[in-house]
Design a protein. Structure first.
Length: 258
């Protein structure tokens, strides 16, 4: 890295999770993501720039979209509350260190204590950063919607329709979204069909006296959750600029009512 000053020497974050996930004291990860070396130790994450950033704001702007993708990928793979990054501090070198002086990088730390009556999964290693998954506003919204549906089953029909309209909003049309995701138009329209015709009581997305509603079956619920997750994962891959994989159609992923 060029010797330009001021420069950001490191960014430090706390690794957070909910009460169902913990990290072993010896949990560690060393690696790299775009423009940063990565060092994770237990609940501490230190990111060292590989290129020059003159301000904390510039460094965080480059790093934090990658952290959002890492968080979403970890939650999709390991469950809600697995891993998040909370900013603690930036070490900014204003001038070159004086000859013979070794400048120590201060690291903030914190500990949490309390009683928990929840089964906790302890991870011996940290989830690795995704190599082919990126987020923007669209992907983050799709991810939040899917996680809402996965965690709160009553919202599935609402979320299903919201996700297709989210795609229309950001991509322009379902046809454009289908091409971007490698998911056929027929699959996206099937999501809307189920969202508008299934469910009873509070699960109903839209009441219409002309529609004879049926309860959402277990098989239909599983199909919707599977396809909605595929939408999030493929949106992340497309945003990262990598192949989304083979075309998904109703022939390759038939809905239960076919």
């Amino acid at each position: 890295m060029p010797d330009e000053y001021p420069r950001v020497a490191s960014l430090t974050y706390r690794i957070v999770s909910d009460e169902t996930h913990d990290y072993a004291k010896e949990a560690a990860f060393d690696g790299a993501i775009r423009a940063f070396d990565v060092r994770l130790r237990h609940r501490q994450a230190v990111f060292t720039p590989l290129v020059h950033f003159g301000t904390e704001e510039a460094a965080r702007a480059a790093l934090e979209p990658q952290l959002r993708a890492w968080e979403l990928d970890a939650v999709l793979t390991h469950g809600a509350g697995t891993m998040g990054f909370k900013f603690l501090s930036a070490h900014v070198q204003k001038n070159p260190p004086r000859p013979g002086i070794i400048e120590a990088i201060g690291v903030a730390s914190m500990s949490l204590a309390g009683m928990r009556a929840t089964l906790t999964v302890t991870h011996n290693t940290h989830p690795a950063p995704p190599q082919a998954f990126a987020v923007d506003e669209c992907v983050e919204t799709l991810g939040e919607l899917f996680l809402l549906a996965r965690g709160t089953p009553l919202t599935l029909l609402y979320v299903s329709y919201s996700m297709t309209t989210c795609l229309e909003h950001y991509l322009g049309s379902l046809t454009e979204a289908a091409a971007w995701l490698g998911i056929s138009n027929s699959v996206l329209h099937k999501i809307n069909e189920l969202a508008n015709s299934r469910g009873v009581g509070a699960e109903v997305r839209k009441f219409d006296a002309r529609v004879q509603r049926l309860p959402l079956s277990r098989a239909e619920r599983d199909w919707l959750l599977r396809v909605l997750e595929l939408i999030v994962r493929r949106a992340g891959a497309a945003t990262a600029g990598v192949s989304v994989g083979e075309q998904i159609t109703l022939a390759t992923n038939p809905s239960p009512d076919q």
